[in-house]
Design a protein around this ligand. Structure first.
Ligand code: NAP
Ligand code: MG
Length: 464
């Protein structure tokens, strides 16, 4: 797509308040592919005012009408899926097939799920002598990361619109073109002016101005724990609603009765997908000591299929590449055993990192505790089920995980003891309506499905 040189505010592309721009790079070849304006607090203020002005009318529309607009939005995302995939590939670097299937495919599913939910959700409920109404919270400030550029936007904007909220979005500086494409889609879908607004810019300027703006009633943020903490503190001081989707360090627990080869292969694929830039990735594989050596051999064979530049894309930028290579060096320094990959960049050009597998990782090592956000898998050894549970639960995070066992009930019993928000049982399929969000420091609140919708609603009870 051709980049816009303005902000999308009140239903039109408007010149930015300032002169500064952000250069957008293709991380596969390090070439500049376009520029977008770097938003200032003035741009944010204009956008918030537009969202406030549009709020009463949008909040008062019948849910069926909001559902119709969301269905139209889904249709635009489906129609423009090739352009979406190309844009994500250009600015994030993900392989074309993955962009089609995941980066373009999933947002259309999620938008569709909210078209259905808006039409069917019980916005009104009888409780004894009361009627309880679910009403929209107001103006939403959405701040999104680059790892799933369109999904992260749609997972916030679609439920907000279904609820009757209006939105100002500040997308990641690395992936603003996908956000501009989404803004075009909201216009094509016939959303009234001011219901959705876009301000591109950098986090410490535009993001901070949005999170702290008095005219914003709810801040929904996805990204790093460090920034999430700050946003939570600012929102808390202003008694503002906040949803935080932060990091993860999820465990893939392979119980002795499991199909080991399948569990290892799916586990490797889960970590290598999107070059490991997935907050819910199962970056710690937990294997019983009797099966440990076999699992390591299987993982080393499985990862060989992930060739950089073919099946695996680059990381999003030079900083992330350096950060992930630093973690790999740290793993080696702390005594983990490299069985695939390593810190050397596999290609001369582009921000690639070698798909890496570490064995002999112990639970206290840095690579077993911190979110790496790259194609790096750690394989840990456990003695028995209680040991596996202690290791699985032994980080500050609790976003996702997996359990594999010969018998579903055995896997479920283990999953129920995990301190985490989502667990896939024996390779369970992605469900766009399943609530997604973290226990512990992985965040506050849930996205997707009716739980994701409820984040944007507040309740009023009338007694009779
Ligand atoms: P980040 O800085 O937290 O970025 C997330 C979003 O917040 C971006 O839109 C960012 O803008 C914005 N932002 C940054 N500072 C802000 C501030 N002070 N106030 C308001 N908004 C602000 O994350 P990152 O630097 O891109 O990635 C660093 C690490 O975060 C990764 O290595 C990974 O561990 C984690 N991460 C997690 C997720 C997830 O899905 N949970 C996603 C991405 C990253 P800019 O784009 O201008 O920075
Ligand atoms: Mg940042």
């Amino acid at each position: 797509m051709k980049p816009h040189d303005g902000m999308y505010i009140d239903g039109e592309w408007r010149p930015a308040a300032g002169q500064e721009t952000i250069a957008v790079l293709n991380p596969a070849d390090e070439q500049v592919i376009g520029h977008v304006p770097a938003g200032t607090p003035e741009d944010v203020d204009l956008a918030v005012r537009a969202a406030r002005a549009a709020f009463p009318a949008w909040a008062a529309t019948a849910p069926a009408e909001r559902a119709a607009r969301l269905a139209a939005l889904r249709d635009v995302l489906v129609t423009r899926k090739d352009e979406i995939a190309e844009t994500v590939t250009a600015e994030l670097g993900s392989p074309p097939q993955f962009s089609q299937l995941v980066h373009a495919g999933v947002p259309a599913l999620v938008a569709g799920s909210y078209a259905e939910l808006a039409a069917t959700y019980a916005f009104e409920e009888k409780v004894g002598n009361s009627t309880v109404f679910s009403e929209p919270v107001g103006v939403v400030g959405a701040i999104t990361p680059w790892n799933y550029p369109l999904h992260q936007i749609v997972a916030k904007v679609a439920p907000a619109l279904a609820a009757g909220c209006t939105v100002v979005l500040k997308p990641a500086e690395d992936t603003p073109l996908t956000a501009q494409l989404f803004a075009e889609a909201t216009q094509e879908a016939g959303l009234p002016a001011g219901v959705f607004n876009l301000v591109t810019g950098i986090g410490t300027v535009a993001g901070q101005a949005l999170a702290g703006h008095d005219g914003v009633d709810l801040v929904s943020f996805t990204g790093s724990t460090a920034v999430g903490r700050q946003i939570g503190a600012v929102a808390g001081a202003a008694v503002k609603r906040v949803a935080l989707e932060l990091g993860g360090k999820s465990a893939n627990v392979i119980l002795p009765s499991a199909d080991l080869a399948k569990a290892v292969n799916v586990g490797v694929a889960n970590v290598m997908g999107n070059s490991g830039q997935t907050c819910s990735a199962w970056t710690r594989m937990l294997v019983h000591r009797d099966q440990y050596d076999e699992a390591v051999t299987l993982a080393a064979a499985a990862v060989a299929k992930y060739v950089p530049g073919e099946r695996v894309g680059p990381l999003v930028n030079a900083k992330q590449q350096a950060r992930v290579r630093g973690y790999i060096e740290k793993g080696v320094d702390e005594g983990a055993r490299l069985v695939a990959g390593g810190p050397e960049a596999p290609l001369a050009r582009g921000y690639f990192v070698s798909p890496t597998v570490f064995a002999d990782v112990t639970p206290e090592m840095t690579i077993a505790q911190e979110e790496i956000f790259g194609p790096v898998l750690s394989i840990l050894r456990y003695e028995d089920e209680d040991d596996a549970l202690r290791i699985a639960n032994g980080t500050v995070y609790g976003l996702a995980g997996a359990v594999w066992a010969g018998d579903e009930a055995e896997a479920v019993a283990f999953a129920r003891r995990m301190d985490t928000g989502q667990v896939d049982i024996n390779g369970g399929r992605f469900n766009p309506r399943a609530p997604f969000g973290g226990y512990k420091q992985s965040g506050v609140g849930r996205e997707l499905g009716s739980h994701g919708l409820a984040e944007y609603l507040q309740t009023k009870s009338l007694q009779f």
